[in-house]
Write a protein that binds this ligand. Structure first.
Ligand SMILES: Cc1cc2nc3c(=O)[nH]c(=O)nc-3n(C[C@H](O)[C@H](O)[C@H](O)COP(=O)(O)OP(=O)(O)OC[C@H]3O[C@@H](n4cnc5c(N)ncnc54)[C@H](O)[C@@H]3O)c2cc1C
Length: 414
């Protein structure tokens, strides 16, 4: 039986651990926190996951919260005009629903399931020297420790990383008590509110420790008016600031939020990081090799809500690569090829996410504006969150955008 060590119990590490365990591998999972510490700790993400990523969880029978979590059927876009009215406002319908399950619920639950099924969990914040020691006892060591310190083992890929500083200041509040969305009270959707030159607010329904809730997630351009959460330690102060900014920039979202309260004392988060792509193979001091997984090797800004989706896709892709390898060694060539297989998906996410962090060019503004007139444009844009590769066909190149919009207008006129 092949022995595998996974360091980091997040979306990718636990999904891989459960998938490998189900296939008969002897898996050890190293986590710097116990399941209870994760459950009672601070929120980590907004974790909205789309159909393909959710299907990977279903494939390994790990979709435990699917019936409880709100089904997100659409994705809306609003663009604030200078007078705080809405210059753009539409909702695209997703082909398959999306869902957000608080990572505190999911990771704690998955970790317990992994242990109940006989998996070995070691609670330890691993350092490089630990990995050096452990690596000798395993056929393969994978590092799925997110954006933590272990990333220093993996060289930054400068060609694939255009930014060296954070592009957004992030702040999150999980709340109960949001009013219904007047535009479409009959179904749930995630809403991207764009405030040009200032940042974005994402509002999404989620399933948290206390049941259904909503998340208010500001992405502020560094140095701008939304970059105001650093140093705010008190959760109620954090919520008050979130709402103050809502009232100022997005009055239609504020109108739904006047009665909200935090879900729990751990329901807020603030931080920032630079989007970074890294080389996938880390070399230990004694010469052993480790393979980087998900955010360790490709960390995107959450402006497109892709990190958990990508972590799920990375775990699924690595799982099949491991299974295909059979009894042959997990050598450097295999590690590189395994990452390259994932990169075929990840490169589209990186390109689109980095584009969304910049100022939108004229043709993109026109495309987004067209979602108001043509439902099929809104739908296609929304489904791009599930399959970002599709943006190659109608988003980046002004000529392709024009051709697509002409095709849509023609079909509409017919
Ligand atoms: C504010 C915010 C909003 C987001 N919203 C979305 C969204 O809507 N949709 C989406 O798809 N993505 C979103 N993301 C991104 C997403 O949460 C991450 O990309 C995803 O969780 C990455 O998964 P991972 O498995 O790579 O790492 P993580 O989920 O970060 O897991 C890493 C784990 O490793 C542990 N660890 C760290 N160091 C060590 C160590 N030395 N030893 C042992 N364990 C260690 C950590 O405690 C953690 O449990 C968001 C992120 C943020 C910050």
């Amino acid at each position: 039986m092949r022995r595998i060590l996974i360091v980091g119990a997040g979306q990718s590490g636990l999904q891989l651990a459960l998938g490998l365990q189900a296939n008969g591998y002897e898996v050890t999972l190293m986590s710097n926190r116990t399941a209870d510490e994760i459950r009672t700790g601070r929120v980590m993400s907004t974790q909205c996951m789309f159909h393909t990523a959710l299907q990977h969880e279903r494939d390994i029978q790990a979709n435990f919260w699917e019936s409880q979590a709100p089904k997100i059927k659409g994705l809306g876009v609003s663009v604030a005009a200078p007078d705080s009215s809405r210059a753009v406002d539409w909702v695209g319908m997703l082909d398959g629903h999306a869902q957000s399950v608080d990572q505190r619920v999911k990771m704690a639950g998955w970790m317990e399931t992994f242990a109940e099924r006989g998996g070995q969990v070691v609670i330890h914040g691993a350092a490089v020297s630990d990995l050096d020691y452990f690596a000798r006892a395993y056929d393969l060591v994978m590092v799925s420790a997110g954006k933590g310190e272990l990333v220093s083992m993996f060289e930054r890929d400068a060609e694939r990383s255009p930014f060296s500083t954070p592009q957004r200041a992030l702040s999150v509040a999980y709340v109960h008590g949001m009013g219904p969305r007047p535009e479409h009270p009959e179904f749930d959707a995630v809403r991207c509110n764009l405030v040009p030159g200032v940042g974005e607010l994402f509002v999404m329904p989620t399933y948290t420790l206390s049941g259904r809730a909503d998340i208010l997630f500001w992405e502020g351009i560094p140095g701008g008016p939304l970059d105001a959460f650093q140093g705010v330690k008190d959760p109620s102060e954090h919520l008050a600031l979130t709402l103050e900014l809502l009232e100022k920039f997005l009055p239609w979202e504020y109108a739904r939020s006047t009665q909200v309260e935090l879900t729990d004392a751990g329901g807020t988060l603030a931080g920032r990081y630079a989007p970074t792509v890294r080389k996938p193979v880390g070399r230990l001091p004694s010469g052993g090799l480790v393979l980087g997984v998900a955010d360790v090797v490709v960390a995107n800004d959450p402006v497109t809500g892709q990190g958990s989706n990508s972590a799920s896709k990375c775990a699924a892709s690595y799982l099949s690569s491991i299974l295909e390898r059979g009894d042959r060694p997990f050598d450097e060539e295999w590690m590189q090829a395994t990452f390259d297989g994932y990169w075929e998906t990840a490169r589209h996410v990186v390109k689109w996410t980095n584009a969304m962090l910049g100022t939108a060019p004229e043709h993109v503004l026109k495309l987004i504006g067209s979602g108001m007139r043509y439902q099929q444009v809104a739908d296609r844009f929304a489904n791009g969150f599930d399959n970002p590769a599709d943006f190659e066909n109608f988003f980046f190149d002004p000529e392709k955008t024009e051709a697509y919009l002409a095709e849509v207008a023609q079909a509409d006129a017919a």
